[in-house]
Design a protein around this ligand. Sequence first.
Ligand SMILES: Cc1cc2nc3c(=O)[nH]c(=O)nc-3n(C[C@H](O)[C@H](O)[C@H](O)COP(=O)(O)OP(=O)(O)OC[C@H]3O[C@@H](n4cnc5c(N)ncnc54)[C@H](O)[C@@H]3O)c2cc1C
Length: 397
Amino acid sequence: MAISRRQFLRRSALAVAAAGLNQSQLSGAVRTIVLSGPAKKVLVLGAGMAGLVAAYELSKLGHEVTVLEARTRPGGRVHTLREPFSDGLYAEAGAARIPDNHDLTHKYVKEFQLPLEPFYPNRLNALRFDRGNREEVPIDGFTDAMTRQFGEDLGGNPDRWRKIKGGTDLLPKAFAERLSNKIHYGSPVVRIEQDEKQARVVFLNAGQRQTMTADNVLCTIPFSVLRKVELPALSAQRRDVIKNTRYDAVARVYLQTRNRIWEEKGLNGFAFTSGAIEIWEPTWSQPGPRGILMTYARPGEAERITKLKENERIATTLKQLDGMFGGLRESFERGATKCWMEDEWSRGAWAFVGFSSLREGRIHFAGEHLSPWPSWMQGALSSGLRAVKEIDEFVKV
Ligand SMILES: Cc1cc2nc3c(=O)[nH]c(=O)nc-3n(C[C@H](O)[C@H](O)[C@H](O)COP(=O)(O)OP(=O)(O)OC[C@H]3O[C@@H](n4cnc5c(N)ncnc54)[C@H](O)[C@@H]3O)c2cc1C
C-alpha cells in the first residue's frame, strides 16, 4: 500500500523511537567504521547513491569491491538533464533539493568540494493557486504551500534549501571518479544466488551471461526492478516483499524558452498549482537569456501524464503554463519529459519498505526504500553506510 509522506514521517518517527534511537544517531552510528576483520570480496549491485557510497567506503576500508551497473552512467535516480537544452542549460530529472538537516548528503558534498547555491531565488514573485485565487507571493509563499501540502520536511524557510551548482549529478560523478575501473557499466544483473561458501551474481555483458563470485553481495537495485531478477537464494517471504512493494509515480515536463518572459512580469517562474503540482525555474541561477520552466507532478497526476505521448505531455503543459505566465507559447523553443514509471532501471520514483536490511546470508540490501529517509539522497546514503557496517562485521565461515 502506498503511504503519504505524512504517514511515512509518523511511522518512521515511531519506529525510530521504538528502536530507542533518534535520527541523528542513525546516521551518526555508521560514520565511524573501522575494518573489523580480513578484507572481503564484495559485489555491489547498482551505482546509485546507496551503491556508490557503500563501494567508496568499503574500498577505503580495504575491501575488494566491484560494482555492476545496468546503465551507462552512475547516479541512478540522480540524473541531470543537459540534453536537449541549449547554451549549457540543465535541469534535474531526479534529486534536486538538499535541506539543511541532511547531514550525510552535506558531508559528501563537502568531502568532494562541490559548490552549493540557494535552491530558491530571493527576488521576484512566485505564483500560488492553491488558495482559490491566483496570487503573486514572495518565495516563502511557495514554501508555505509546500509545508501545507507535504509537511515541514518539504517546506519551511526557503533559505534552508540548497542545490549543487552545475547539477546534482556532480555528486554521484565524484564518487564514480574515485571508484573508476571498479564500476562495470552496461552490466544488468539477472540472477543472484548463494551457498554456504560464496555468493554468485549473473549479469549480462554485451548480451552474454557472465558470473562473478564474492564473499558478500550488496544489492541496491530498486525492488520495482529487482522483482524481475532471479532470486533462488531468497525465502518466499522476502521475494513477496520485493514483489509487492509499490513505487510512486513522478512526472516532470520541461519547456525551454527563448527568453525568461516571466521575469518581465515580476515573476521568478516558481508556482504551486491547485492540483499540488510544483512549477520550478531551474535556470534562474544559470546564464540567460534562455530559460526553462518545469513541472513536478506526484502520484495522482503523474500517472495521467505518463499515459500521454511525449508531444502531448509537452503540448498540455505548454497550454497550462501559458495560461499562468502568459506569452510562453511565443517564446517556447523545445520540450522534454521524464516519467519515472517508464524508466527501465527504476520503474518508479521511490518507495518505503522499512529500516531493516532484509539481509539473507551473504546477500545484503540497501537503497532509499530501506531507510528512514525514503525519497531522499540522505536515505540512500544512510542505508549504504548501514550496509558497509554490516558487511565489514560479517564473519566469514
Ligand atoms: C523525481 C525525484 C525527485 C527527487 N528529489 C530529491 C531531492 O530533491 N533531494 C534528494 O535528496 N533526493 C531526491 N530524490 C531521491 C533520490 O534521488 C533517491 O532517493 C536516491 O537517488 C536513490 O538512490 P538509490 O541508490 O537508493 O537508488 P537508485 O538511484 O535507483 O540506484 C539504483 C541503481 O541500480 C541500477 N540498477 C537497476 N537495475 C539493475 C540491474 N538489474 N543490474 C544492475 N544495476 C541495476 C540503477 O540503474 C541505479 O543506478 C528524488 C528522486 C526522484 C525520482
